[in-house]
Write a new protein. Structure first.
Length: 337
């Protein structure tokens, strides 16, 4: 599995190509820059010294068997490919990453949040919009790159934010929980039309021309009319919910038409940023050798993220714990990241 490839040496892996770009060396020789993926993670790979014809043999969406050498390049794990063979008839669903919980569990978690909300505009509008796009919401990624870019990533990201919000709400009792939960559940719902598919997603025409923030804001107004919440006395609630979505990127330079102007919107923006950043930090550590810094992460202000030797994605086997004890390393095998 890709997640196990964090030490230098020979390696062989069967994986899905999720990125396939052709480049040229300083001498004009073609090479491929690849991202390989299996259910455990992603791996950067380079295939050097190819002919033009060889570069055309490989494409995004192919399942391949790659063999070569694992090296540390700019402190990140990279596969230097020696042999790359397409696996005919392979099912890409066997290789795409998925949310940590199965779809039914995500659906149950979603329903629990909806059931916890009080009757009214916030619940009715949210339920109307979620139910009309429920299967897509449970399977779409949250992004094409950077954070939660896997099948079910949109739901997992959203529901993680809802759990974090409930943990923080006792500290801020003046917040309107229904407004906050409605904003959390809806803030990225437009991704189901902004992105093209649950896997190997690209931006749609509507996604490029309008964007998920503007789409969802318009949907809220339509849903308020559809559910009978278009009365004059409810205009402010509808406006506040639209503001939650319109401001959730925090700053105009980050894509928000407006900045948060109510505490619930500020909380939504912070939780969104927190969950995305923690994902990116973990993803960097997962592809970095223990005791090293990873490559600079553009989305994290170009910082390098350090992977502690004690960090583990899974329980450490007994033989590894014994080796760690012998070398004086701290043992933290039972902790899940």
């Amino acid at each position: 599995m890709i997640k196990e490839l964090n030490q230098e040496g020979r390696a062989r892996v069967r994986a899905l190509i999720t990125k396939c770009d052709t480049g040229r060396t300083g001498k004009g020789t073609p090479y491929l820059s690849l991202t390989l993926e299996d259910k455990s993670g992603q791996l950067d790979a380079k295939f050097w010294n190819l002919t033009e014809e060889q570069t055309r043999q490989y494409a995004t969406g192919q399942v391949v068997e790659a063999s070569g050498d694992i090296i540390l390049h700019r402190n990140a794990v990279q596969l230097r490919i020696r042999h790359l063979n397409v696996v005919p008839g392979a099912d890409i669903l066997d290789f795409v990453r998925e949310a940590p919980a199965p779809r039914q569990e995500l659906d149950d978690m979603l329903q629990k949040v909806l059931d916890s909300m009080n009757p009214g505009l916030y619940l009715d509008v949210t339920r109307d919009l979620i139910d009309s796009r429920r299967q897509a919401f449970l399977t779409w990624p949250a992004a094409t790159r950077n954070h939660h870019n896997y099948v079910g990533g949109l739901a997992w990201h959203t529901l993680s934010m809802a759990k974090a919000a409930d943990a923080l709400l006792p500290l801020y009792p003046y917040l309107d929980r229904d407004l906050l939960m409605a904003g959390i559940l809806l803030h990225d719902l437009g991704k189901v039309e902004e992105l093209s598919a649950p896997m190997l997603a690209e931006y749609t025409s509507e996604g490029n021309l309008i964007g998920h923030i503007s789409m969802t804001s318009g949907w809220i107004e339509e849903a308020a009319r559809r559910t009978g919440h278009d009365r004059e006395e409810e205009r402010e609630q509808c406006m506040l919910l639209r503001h939650m979505v319109l401001s959730h990127h925090g700053k105009q330079e980050f894509g928000s038409p407006v900045e948060p102007m109510i505490p619930e919107a500020e909380m939504l923006s912070l939780l969104d940023d927190l969950d995305a950043r923690m994902f990116m930090m973990k993803q960097s550590m997962d592809t970095t050798a223990p005791g090293h810094f990873g490559p600079r992460v553009f989305a994290l202000e170009n910082r390098m993220i350090y992977r502690p030797r004690s960090y583990s994605q899974q329980p450490v086997p007994a033989e590894n714990r014994e080796k760690a004890a012998e070398s004086g390393q701290a043992e933290n095998g039972g902790k899940q990241a």
